[in-house]
Design a binder for this molecule. Structure first.
Ligand code: ADP
Ligand code: ZN
Length: 736
């Protein structure tokens, strides 16, 4: 612990009472005696709890409401940088906002593998003196990386990634003594990023945006900027320069991406710009790397982190900038465990620590758009694509006028457009936002639609995996031969299209084309997916068939046509954001076309071309769309102009959920006291998941009422039966 950090919080001498917050569900910090040598506020400690030892954080002075002699001592102080007061503050505020118990929130901030373990040895790799028995291109790349960085040591992954070889190549060189493998007692800092390497020459628009952002970064104050720019306008280039400005200030930066699949491409861009790769934090990294990232973020050994939403809870020392790329993306909302929206929590964290936030999107969420309109966020705009690239021409195919056989989805008009691309040796993308082969498997003998045993949901056929899968609980089973209901054999039929079925149709319709399928079910690893995406980008396919995974951010330079198989899909249902989501998704997916010299086109197959949302997508008058959407939401008093909270009760016992739901509705005084409205209880749209019956209540309130406090007072009144779970979702995104 350095002197600087130790001054941040109070010091407690041995025997003084300290309050320790653990990740155990206890409700409040417990008192312990400070250990020999004392401890500081924020220190990570191990404490006895019943018969066990658990990890926690010294939260402040003890309450002293317990017989001193019976208070137990802190077992030991963990060798890790203490948690900053800003981070403790963030955890408290995030817990209050999301109505999450503090220990559960703390758990997000302590996800460092082996945090409490004694330091173990790790292997690092340096240049040795030997010569390889034979020289290969891969081996040369490894040696060049080591030579380029002088005496620097690398981790195995870092060296392999930098040289673009598998780890076995490095291990082979170790065997021959060409590369030295050494034991190191500590995690390695990440290689330094150099913000002063030359960046790209910026367009005027881009330069203006960078200047505005750099000004904010220099101020050391909090601000949030909505960086809105059409797909391909260079938002990434702009925020990379903001990262550079942040690094020059000596502060750390965090870039959040909505999808791990996008990190590979982004890491290469970081390396190109700053000469080295940043730290990563997402589900695709190893435990060793995870631990290293956590530790180095705390010890200033990581300047830039690229990660998924949970990277927000890393122990930054001096966070200068958070970029939330594709800020409208729904995957920023964590939908199980702690329910939080990483975009909103990024703004919260930033506001507590003098950090700047950039929310980047071509199609911002209405929330962020409204905040910019209201002047709460700054707004920067890039209005044209970089260079000669043009935005795609948008058109509709009226499916009512197209002749299609049953079980076919590619209309003659779309087929002609694809044929023209094949002729011109350009790529087409056929987009359908549905995984699997078909959404419904129907028995033609008895009419049964095969459902999940555990959920109120249909099983989806995945022909690629030769299984039926429940998209709610993930349960799979082999594709049956006979109907599970009536036992008749050979009458099961697929109904409706999924991405796999569309691929099958495309293979039949375009027999000479090379077809690639991109769907999350088709990749064993992030690496396999990265390879396929690179292959497509370099021309390895004529037709790409994909789900929403392709809509996000990928750069396919040869792609000039996007065909949306069912533009109406997202407009069904009663979700309050249905129009917004459809608009965003269609604009995003259309944005994949024409990113280089050749102009692109997007064709939307629709049964309702006069629908206002479809018209807005085609017309491209975004501001008009947002304004109309905003007006409707304002009139209805719903987000972002009103507040909502969803309550889901679930239990294996169906009677209990309805009983408690009813009791909660009858005793909603604390909600009415702040003028909130309560709807429900009603069975949730998916009335059963994993064998638990689900009932929903919905709370609606005006914008500036203390909703969280009212909710807490309301919920406090009820005792939950032992099997019951109650989840409160503040600002719900999903209403299932
Ligand atoms: P966005 O993030 O808005 O979709 P990108 O930053 O990915 O846009 O830029 C789109 C493409 O244009 C990328 O290939 C990028 O490298 C290129 N590009 C953008 N700005 C510049 C620039 N100033 N100089 C050179 N290339 C640029
Ligand atoms: Zn299920």
């Amino acid at each position: 612990m350095t002197l600087f950090e130790s001054h941040e919080g109070g010091y407690f001498a041995e025997g003084e009472l300290v309050a320790v917050l653990t990740t155990q569900p206890l409700g409040r910090p417990l008192d312990y005696k400070a250990p020999e040598g004392g401890c500081w506020t924020g220190a990570f400690v191990e404490v006895p709890l019943g018969p066990r030892k658990v990890l926690g954080v010294v939260w402040g002075p003890g309450a002293g409401d317990f017989d001193y002699d019976r208070v137990r001592g802190v077992s030991r102080v963990i060798d890790a940088t203490p948690m900053s007061s800003e981070m403790r503050n963030f955890i408290v505020r995030a817990a209050e906002y999301t109505l999450t118990p503090l220990p559960a929130m703390l758990r997000l901030a302590m996800r460092a593998p082996g945090l409490g373990d004694p330091p173990s040895m790790r292997h690092v790799y340096r240049l040795g003196t030997g010569e390889p028995d034979r020289s290969t291109a891969a081996r040369e790349r490894v040696l060049n990386v080591l030579r380029d960085y002088g005496g620097l040591a690398f981790t195995l992954k870092e060296l392999a990634d930098n040289a673009d070889v598998s780890s076995s190549v490095v291990k082979g060189l170790v065997k021959q003594g060409v590369v030295l493998e050494q034991a190191s007692p500590r995690d390695l800092p990440f290689p330094r990023l150099d913000p002063d390497l030359p960046g790209k020459e910026l367009s005027d628009d881009q330069a203006r945006a960078v200047a505005a952002l750099s000004g904010g970064l220099g101020s050391g104050a909090y601000a949030t900027t909505l960086l809105k720019g059409v797909t391909g306008s260079g938002k990434t280039e702009v925020y990379l320069e903001a990262v550079a400005a942040c690094l020059r200030e000596g502060r750390q930066a965090l870039v959040l991406l909505p999808e791990i699949a996008l990190t590979a491409e982004f890491l290469s861009r970081v390396e190109e710009r700053f000469g080295a790769r940043p730290a990563e934090w997402h589900s695709g990294i190893t435990m060793t790397e995870r631990r290293r990232t956590w530790r180095m973020v705390a010890e200033n050994g990581a300047q830039l982190v690229v990660g998924a939403r949970s990277a927000l809870f890393l122990p930054y020392r001096q966070l200068g900038l958070i970029v939330v790329d594709e800020e409208h993306d729904t995957s920023y909302k964590q939908e199980d465990g702690v329910l939080y929206n990483a975009r909103d929590m990024a703004v919260l964290r930033a506001s507590l620590g003098g950090t700047q936030v950039i929310l980047a999107s071509a199609t911002p969420s209405l929330e962020s758009w409204a905040n910019a309109e209201a002047g709460k966020y700054e707004r920067l705009e890039l209005t044209s694509r970089y260079g000669v690239a043009q935005l795609p021409e948008m058109g509709a195919i009226d499916m009512r006028a197209q002749k299609l056989e049953a079980g076919r989805w590619i209309s003659p008009a779309l087929k002609r457009a694809v044929d023209a691309r094949l002729q011109a040796e350009e790529q087409s993308l056929l987009f359908i936002n549905r995984r699997g082969y078909a959404p419904v498997t129907l028995c033609r003998a008895c009419g049964e639609q095969i459902g999940c045993d555990q959920c109120d949901a249909r099983m989806v056929e995945h022909r690629f995996l030769k299984r039926l899968m429940c998209h709610q609980c993930g349960e799979t089973r082999p594709m049956p031969e006979k109907c599970p209901s009536c036992g008749v054999e050979g009458r099961l039929a697929a109904v409706g299209p999924g991405v796999e079925r569309l691929a099958e149709e495309a293979r039949a319709t375009f027999p000479d084309a090379r077809i690639a399928v991109i769907s999350s079910d088709h990749f064993g690893s992030a690496r396999a997916m990265k390879e396929q995406i690179e292959d497509i980008a370099s021309g390895g396919a004529d037709i790409v068939i994909g789900t929403q995974l392709v809509a996000k951010g990928h750069n396919f330079p040869l792609l000039t046509l996007v065909g949306v198989i069912d533009a109406d899909l997202g407009l069904q249902g009663s979700d309050l954001r249905a129009a917004e989501r459809t608009f965003q998704l269609m604009r995003q997916v259309a944005g994949r076309a024409g990113r280089m010299e050749k102009p692109g086109a997007a064709l939307l197959q629709t049964h309702q071309p006069e629908h206002p949302v479809i018209r807005a997508i085609l017309g491209g008058d975004e501001e008009a769309f947002w304004a109309a959407e905003a007006e409707e939401r304002m009139a209805a008093g719903v987000p972002p102009y009103g507040r909502m909270a969803g309550i889901v009760l679930s239990s294996p016992n169906v009677q209990e959920v309805f009983d408690l739901g009813g009791e909660m509705a009858r005793n909603a005084g604390p909600l009415y006291a702040v003028g909130a409205e309560l709807f429900g209880p009603a069975p949730a749209p998916i009335a059963r998941i994993r064998g638990r019956h689900r009932v929903r209540l919905l709370v609606k309130a005006r914008k500036n009422v203390p909703l969280q406090r009212a909710l807490a007072q309301w919920v406090e009144q009820f005792r939950l039966p032992s099997q019951m779970r109650l989840a409160i979702d503040i600002d719900p995104q999903s209403f299932l």
